[in-house]
Design a protein around this ligand. Structure first.
Ligand SMILES: *Cc1c(COP(=O)(O)O)cnc(C)c1O
Length: 370
């Protein structure tokens, strides 16, 4: 056995590229039996009647056939839903994660660069590294605001092929303001992608800009509004851009069940909108309650999570103490140097939020008090 292992290790060393060998696989903490507040899922179930209608619809799926390679029905649905003009369309990915990869694949050439502020969504950096793009990081300031001068300077110096801007930003939850975004898009010589994964939880909306700014694409996803399981990301942009990016998409990336389920959910989208509105209300209540813990620093959020920083050196202990009380939140202590002692907590149903607050109160007043 160990000869076999040694032998494979030698192959790996020789043939797997260094940028892959040195990376860790993306991993998610096991959550069995825990209240899951770590990955921004919608906690609510579907009304029973809808669930039955959906199951009846799925029964008609032709599982022996390949899916529609271009997801035409969904494309039409999105085009109409958002009133896109004739030059603008959508391209679907197996989650917006895949879309980030498609864009990077389309622009990757030796010496080219992918830029993003940090801390932000970790996939931007990961994908850049896989594709052999140099990753250019622009540090956010101590309040996680975007430093416009610094960003514009870096754009001029580095000339990135693509810039990713998550709005609201993950994991900080904030918006950077229309004026700054506009200046960045206009200064960039390359493509800019605004990642609106949390659009359902904010009034900020940059979709209309794709019809006037030639280097802008906007990305959304169904994951955060309640369909994380089906994996459907959406890229909005001018057809001339989508035509190029579509060439690096593998055929049939959106499976039959996802296409059917997304269509069904969008035809009945009212219940998902009600659920997200409830989460927006819960966010305000939760923020208020969390602010009563004087040892926590909170960052205002326009998304379905709240970033909190606890006392110096105590972040990881707080994370594990909550976990041992049945609450799983995201430990960001090692995610970026500016996130030391930070936890990211999903906004959930009132009962799950209450359970989290009870555990937090117990931990802060008992377990960590000395
Ligand atoms: C969650 C998240 C995504 C990933 O969305 P999927 O469609 O589930 O792949 C993309 N961008 C940001 C900023 C996110 O937080």
């Amino acid at each position: 056995m160990s000869d076999m292992r040694d032998s494979i290790d030698a192959y790996v060393e020789r043939w797997i590229k260094p940028s892959v060998r040195k990376q860790k696989a993306y991993s998610i903490e096991p959550s069995d039996g825990l209240i899951k507040l770590d990955t921004m899922e919608n906690p609510f179930l579907w009304p029973e009647k809808l669930q039955e209608d959906w199951a009846a619809r799925l029964k008609t799926a032709s599982l022996n056939r390949y899916p529609d390679p271009d997801a035409n029905e969904l494309t039409e649905d999105f085009t109409n839903r958002y009133g896109l003009n004739d030059d603008t369309s959508v391209l679907f990915g197996n989650g917006s994660d895949e879309i980030i990869q498609l864009i990077a694949t389309a622009v990757a050439q030796p010496g080219k660069k992918l830029m993003s502020p940090e801390p932000s969504f970790s996939m931007f950096r990961q994908v850049a590294q896989f594709q052999g793009l140099e990753f250019i990081s622009v540090p956010l300031d101590e309040n996680f605001e975007l430093d416009l001068e610094l960003t514009l300077n870096k754009i001029e110096r580095e000339d990135p092929a693509v810039i990713f801007l998550a709005q609201p930003n993950n994991p900080t939850g904030n918006l950077w303001g229309r004026e700054k975004l506009r200046r960045i898009i206009e200064a960039a010589q390359g493509l800019v992608v605004i990642d609106e994964a949390y659009t359902a939880f904010t009034d900020a909306d940059f979709l209309s800009w794709v019809e006037e700014l030639p280097n802008l694409l906007v990305m959304r996803t169904l994951s955060k509004i309640g369909l994380a399981g089906i994996r459907l990301g959406v890229l909005f942009g001018h057809k001339a851009w989508l035509e190029q990016i579509n060439k690096v998409r593998l055929p049939y990336n959106i499976n039959v069940l996802t296409q059917m389920t997304a269509k069904f959910a969008l035809d009945n989208v009212g219940f998902l909108q009600d659920q997200t509105q409830e989460l927006v209300r819960q966010r305000e209540t939760l923020f208020q309650k969390l602010s009563e813990f004087s040892v926590l620093r909170l960052y205002p959020s326009q998304a379905n999570f709240i970033l909190v920083r606890c006392e110096s050196g105590k972040g990881p202990a707080l994370h594990s103490a909550l976990k041992s009380r049945g609450i799983l939140v995201k430990n960001l202590n090692d995610a970026h140097s500016s996130l030391q002692d930070c936890l990211r907590i999903n906004v959930s149903s009132s009962s799950e939020n209450a359970a989290m607050l009870t555990a937090l109160n117990a931990v802060l007043t008992e377990d960590l008090s000395d």
